[in-house]
Structure formats: C-alpha cells, structure tokens
Design a protein around this ligand. Structure first.
Ligand SMILES: [Zn+2]
Length: 467
C-alpha cells in the first residue's frame, strides 16, 4: 500500500468521517470480524435485527401495519427468518401503489433519499432510503472490494453505463473530495465507439486503479480494445463485475487482459451489495449481517441448489422498510460452508440482471440497454412494461403490453429519444402484446440485440440488415 493510500486510510478519512458524522470505517472493521465469526451468533444477531425492523415497520408504516393485519400476524410472533413466510412477499406493484404509505412516519423527510430501481428490468420502481442506512451499505461494499485486493484509500475505476451515477460528479467540491479522499475514476459507457474506447483506455492506464468495478458488457468491449491495440498493460489487483450476468468467456478475457482475478457480485439499487464472490470463486457470499435472502417457487422456499425467485428483507433501511421484497431475479441458496472459512452463506445467480447493447446504425457504436432504459422509462411520461428488440441494424421493435398501447404521448417520447440517440437512423416499429415473454431462465429482458456477431462489431461498414 502506498504512503498516500495509508495517509488517506489512517488519517484523512477518519477525520472526514468525524467531521461529517459518518461511521463507515468502524462498521467495516466490525464486518471484517463478523465474516469469520460464529455462524450461530450471526444468526442470533440477525434475528434480533429482524425483530426490531418488523416492530419498527408495524409501528411507523401504515402500509406494513395493514399488511400484518391482513395476514393475521403480530410482529412479535415472528421470531426468526423462517417465520417471515407468514407475511406475503412485497411486489414492485405494491411499491408503486403504496410508496408514501410504506415510508416510516418517524423518519424525518430530510433524511430520506428518493431513488428508483435500475434500468435493466424494464420497470422503473421508485423507493426511499434513509441517510443512516448508507453507512452500513457502503461498509458492505468496501468489504467485497477488500476481498478483491483493494483497501480503503486506494484508487478504484468504474466502467459504468448507469448515467444517474454521474450526477454531481463535476462539482468543484466533489472533484476536490475525489482527488483527496475517494480516488474514483468514472468511465461512462452508455455509448461506446472506437474513439471513446481509446480515451477510456488512456485514462485507465494513467489512473492505474487497484480495483475495477464494472458492468461486464462494456468492460468486455474495453478489454477487447486493450487486447487489440497493445500499449502498456492495465494491472489492477482485482475486478468486480456487477449489474449484468458475467459470462465464462468474459471472465477468461478479463483475467487474461488485466492479469488479475475476477469477482462476480450481485448488486441492486434498492438493497446495495447483496452477495459477492470470495477468492474460492465457488458461489457468492451473502451479506448476511444486513440482508435475509429467500429463494421461492410458487411462494414456497425451494431446496438448496434449486433455482427460485429471489426475495430480500433489508435489515438496514428503516426509512422505507423492504420486507420480503420480490426483486425480480432468479437465484439459489447453496448448501455447505465455503473453504475460505467465512460464516456468510453462499448463493448463486442463474440469470441476474440482464441488459444488452444495441448497435447504432449511425456509426455502429454500442448503446447500452441500461442507459436507453434510463432515457426511455425513467424520464418518460409513463411507467410501463416495454421491451426493445433489434432484429436488423436500422429497425427497432418496441413491444408494449396491451394496456399501454393507447398512450400516444408515450410513443412520441420513445420516438423522440430514439431519434436523438440513434441520430435519426433507426426506424421504430411497435408490437402490441398481452405480456412480455420471459427468457428460458425466467428473466425478463428490457433490451435484446438479435444481430449476429459480425454486424455488431464497431467499425463494420456494411449497412445491410442482418439477423
Ligand atoms: Zn468463500
């Protein structure tokens, strides 16, 4: 560790935390101990946290009080995670319909941050988090980062298509703080062409991060660019992939190009870092101190190793409790301890979050599904289920479920966004459907590129439509 990193970790960040009233570093120290602690002790502490959360939700949230009443359960009757089944799962539709009633009345509005679920599920669901829960959530992310070779005070690069995370990064205060304390390089990957890839590669080399946190699809393009264009190697200690399923071929390429191990991680906007790989790479360890994860099929728990719908109870967010939240992913809990010695249970992800890149007919640049979804849905006039299919280079099919089909202002918004992003070169076709079909994995995809490999590469110059 460099002198600069040591100075940040040992002196500057502790002073900053004291000044700002944060407590990420002490929480991280506690998490570093608890991961190797006694599993039964962790389970007892978790049950205690759960009982506190349920009592808090019952007393302060109109929505949850009604839920308990409807289910005929009192919070005191739920003693541990296995009793949670007495409450029905929480859906995204519940969150949309009852957002304000879900918020805890005893948490001051000024302590609540409004956010919305990430783009790749094609559904934009608003939620609130209280300011206090950000401390443990950041500490949990730091713990995963440390498994991948990073330590507090060291530089991190983000290969990132989520435009909302770039808001405020250019203010003088943020830039100063970043240079002195946070040491983050944010590389925007919502649109990638050869020029942008070359610029990202140059900045990545200059920055020399200890860790890269990346969405696998844009990192795959960047790794290919580095591989094909030579130059000084980029050598982080580890790579953490989030946001999209990590393919075996991608992992192999990242290991080869960056010369370091790759750690897959399951992250969501609503719940933060849910599970991450350790150095054994045989599954993802749950952040069990802060989350309860169930895997269900037809609302019943599946056997360990069997895939099921992931349902999460977040033990940290008291501003808007998420109890038995159906997050929209498929995963399974895995049996047995891990050889690394950590007491955190293991899970695996069958599908995870899926988004894809579309190819622009204007210049063959890659446009990420996550960023398109942001403009089409998060900023759109209405919230609905849609799916984009690119079957040929210059035509996009927008599938809309029937009850949204009449919304002409929505169509105008879609067309304006697509005209802007694809520089007027993409035709739009609508397909009205009863429902959006899911993938064989059970996952709903917002965006699917059905072009073959050749017509996807940047720089390909035949304008012919391909399947
Ligand atoms: Zn392990």
């Amino acid at each position: 560790m460099s002198i600069r990193s040591r100075l940040i970790k040992g002196v500057l960040l502790p002073i900053d935390e004291w000044r700002e009233g944060r407590r990420i570093l002490p929480l991280l120290r506690r998490l570093e101990r608890s991961q190797y602690g006694d599993a039964s002790l962790m389970e007892r502490e978790r049950s205690l946290k759960l009982r506190r959360l349920l009592a808090h939700a019952y007393e302060n949230s109109r929505f949850y009080r009604e839920r308990f009443r409807e289910a005929g359960v009192h919070p005191e009757e739920i003693r541990d995670p296995s009793d949670l089944r007495r409450l029905p799962p929480l859906t995204k539709a519940d969150m949309k319909a009852h957002l304000e009633e879900m918020v805890a009345a005893n948490v001051p509005r000024g302590y609540l941050h409004r956010s919305a679920t990430g783009g790749s599920t094609g559904e934009h669901t608003p939620f609130y988090q209280d300011a206090e829960c950000l401390n443990p959530k950041i500490a949990l992310e730091y713990r995963f980062n440390r498994w991948a070779g990073w330590d507090v005070g060291e530089p991190i690069a983000f290969v990132w298509p989520a435009i909302q995370d770039f808001a405020g990064t250019l203010t003088l205060r943020t830039r100063l703080r970043n240079a002195l304390l946070d040491r983050r390089l944010m590389l925007y990957c919502g649109r990638l062409d050869e020029l942008t890839l070359a610029e990202h590669a140059r900045r990545l080399r200059d920055f020399a991060p200890t860790l890269i946190r990346a969405f696998p699809n844009p990192l795959w393009l960047l790794a290919q660019h580095l591989n094909e264009n030579g130059g000084a190697p980029v050598r982080p200690r580890g790579i953490i992939t989030v946001g999209e399923p990590l393919l075996d071929a991608q992992r192999a390429l990242f290991e080869e190009v960056f010369g370091c191990p790759v750690f897959n991680c399951y992250v969501s906007r609503e719940c933060g870092n849910i599970a991450g790989e350790c150095e054994m790479h045989r599954g993802l360890h749950l952040n069990a101190e802060s989350l309860i994860v169930e895997c269900l099929h037809n609302d019943r728990p599946v056997e360990p190793g069997e895939p099921g719908e992931v349902v999460i109870t977040d033990l940290e967010n008291r501003g808007m409790p998420l109890i038995r939240y159906r997050i929209g992913d498929i995963g399974s809990l895995m049996p047995g301890p891990c050889a690394c010695g950590r007491a955190l249970p293991l899970m695996s992800m069958q599908a995870g979050r899926i988004s894809d890149f579309l190819v622009s007919p204007h210049d063959r640049s890659y446009v990420s599904g996550a960023s398109l979804c942001h403009y089409l849905i998060a900023e759109g006039p209405g919230v609905g289920q849609v799916q984009l299919l690119q079957k040929s280079i210059d035509e996009l099919t927008i599938r809309i479920v029937r009850d949204r089909a009449a919304a002409t202002d929505e169509r105008h918004h879609f067309e304006a966004v697509i005209r802007e992003i694809f520089r007027g070169k993409m035709r739009v076709r609508y397909e009205v459907v009863e429902s959006i079909p899911r993938e064989p994995s059970g996952k709903y995809m917002f965006c699917k590129c059905l072009l073959n490999q050749e017509s996807r590469s940047p720089g390909a110059n035949d304008g012919e439509s391909t399947r």
